[in-house]
Design a protein. Structure first.
Length: 364
């Protein structure tokens, strides 16, 4: 783990108190996701409370000629659910398909509510049978169920990741490359943003589809290959290179994948959740929270009422009235300057709405 040096200056202390006070108010108003514990306690496992979610979708399974939704309650008092699928009541969450499945897609709109409650959550999903692909002359691994929209959580609200370690040479290279960006006093987030800007500037002309060599190379080698023009980088490479640089300079950072997990839920059925993307969160010791930051989308931070957000908080806010209160700070690599705008006006708006819409599956 990284050293957790304490800062005793009154400026940082007052900043810490102001951020803490603002966060208390913000978290109460948002009722979104609460990060608990110190950095050392949550560096390996984070448990997020879905304050407004009473249950999540464990899976949607293909059984015979029916799709069955399996919600799991987060409230021990909730033991049964009631389902309405495409406007019709459904027993046990079953969405029935024709006896003879045709080579076309089948769309469903499901409303799920705890038994006896009117507070329903919705899930829009589509079933794509293997026949659809086979008709087009394309080999298919099987049938697919894809979630398009959900107001209920479509993933279990607990995530685990492993902290990375690097060789002495790797750390020395990172410190030589980015160590000069660190000034005193400097917050963790400010250092991470300076590192991100440097990486974006140096690798901007080398963005593209990387070779297979990048998948098996260390972040240091990936950076060197791209910088020399021998290879390209996309989100996965930018994320791990940025994480490597941050960790080597004492800032905790973790890579989060979205939509990359295709989970087999039944024989010849896979559950695909949106497009895949790799992004990053850095840990701010000054505020005691993780902060989302994305070198692929040129995003330095996203805030709500001035408080930096985690990725999960952004996902929960997208598509709700809270989205209108989000401001995004991006880096313009051509002008070499930072731009802070409301999300709706930000150049990152389309990027964020595509990858981080409500219900997206996240994986450390």
């Amino acid at each position: 783990m990284n050293n957790r040096a304490e800062t005793s200056t009154s400026v940082v202390t007052n900043h810490h108190r102001r951020c803490r006070a603002a966060q208390v108010v913000l978290w109460a108003g948002l009722a979104l996701l609460v990060c608990r514990g110190t950095a050392s306690e949550i560096a390996y496992t984070d448990n997020y409370d879905h304050a407004m979610k009473k249950f999540y979708i464990d899976k949607i399974s293909f059984e015979g000629n029916a799709l069955r939704i399996y919600p799991v309650s987060l409230d021990p008092k909730i033991k049964q659910f009631e389902f309405t699928i495409n406007g019709q009541p459904s027993a046990d969450g079953a969405a029935h398909l024709p006896a003879a499945i045709e080579p076309k897609s089948y769309a469903f709109h499901a409303v799920i509510a705890p038994a006896g409650s009117d507070a329903g959550e919705t899930v829009d999903f589509t079933f794509y049978p293997s026949q659809l692909y086979e008709q087009k002359g394309r080999m298919s691994e099987g049938n697919y169920i894809i979630i398009h929209r959900a107001t209920v959580a479509t993933h279990k609200p607990a995530y685990v990741y492993r902290a990375l370690s690097f060789s002495t040479d790797d750390k020395a290279f990172a410190r030589l490359t980015w160590g000069g960006l660190k000034t005193v006093p400097m917050t963790d987030l400010a250092l991470a943003q300076a590192i991100e800007e440097d990486i974006m500037l140096k690798l901007e002309s080398h963005r593209g589809i990387p070779s297979d060599v990048m998948n098996v190379s260390s972040p240091r080698v990936q950076y060197g290959r791209a910088l020399s023009g021998r290879d390209r980088v996309w989100c996965g490479d930018l994320a791990v290179i940025f994480q490597y640089a941050c960790l080597s300079l004492g800032v905790d950072a973790r890579v989060i994948h979205t939509g990359s997990n295709m989970m087999k839920v039944a024989r010849r059925v896979r559950f695909l959740q949106t497009e895949s993307h790799a992004t990053v969160e850095v840990y701010s010791r000054e505020t005691g929270t993780w902060v989302w930051i994305d070198p692929t989308g040129y995003v330095l931070a996203a805030t709500l009422d001035g408080v930096p957000l985690t990725l999960l908080q952004i996902v929960e806010a997208m598509g709700t009235p809270l989205e209108d209160r989000i401001e995004v700070t991006t880096f313009d690599v051509k002008e070499k300057r930072r731009v802070t705008l409301p999300l709706a006006q930000s150049p990152a708006a389309g990027f964020m709405r595509n990858y981080f819409r409500s219900g997206v599956r996240l994986k450390f």
